[in-house]
Design a protein around this ligand. Structure first.
Ligand SMILES: [Zn+2]
Length: 138
């Protein structure tokens, strides 16, 4: 069956929604991604987070994988260079090792800047902040 054209609507994530609505949603999502990427990049001085690596950031992988409940936010993202991005896309072992490093880096960063204990960081990075949490600083 032919898809309706023009203003009638578009198929978007298995639903028929107005074209304008879908476009606005995509633009909003993109704006959030740009904002998160800019914040992470500035936080790291626009350099890869791996030790002794001075290369520019090209990617912002999750510390806790998105498909394992990690949030899509700067608290769960670190910037990596092309080489380290490749490492994370290599074998399962190298990916796990690199991601463990990212998690450690993020935990240390938030411990130093916001005073978060590693287990509290993990709860927030999984979108489940403790009810009594009060974060000071950024
Ligand atoms: Zn690097």
């Amino acid at each position: 069956m032919a898809r309706p054209k023009g203003r009638a609507g578009v198929q978007w994530r298995h639903q028929s929604v107005p074209e304008e609505w879908a476009l606005q949603h995509e633009l909003r999502t993109l704006a959030i991604k740009v904002k998160v990427a800019a914040a992470v990049s500035a936080r790291q001085g626009h350099r890869c987070c791996f030790p002794d690596c001075e290369h520019p950031i090209i990617s912002y992988p999750h510390g806790i994988r998105w498909d394992q409940g990690g949030v899509d936010d700067e608290i769960n993202r670190a910037g990596v260079c092309a080489s380290h991005q490749l490492l994370m896309r290599g074998s399962r072992e190298s990916d796990d090792e690199a991601r463990a490093y990212l998690q450690g880096w993020l935990q240390r960063y938030y411990q130093e800047t916001a005073g978060l204990a590693p287990e509290v960081w993990e709860l927030i990075a999984r979108g489940r902040p403790p009810a009594d949490l009060e974060v000071t600083g950024t």
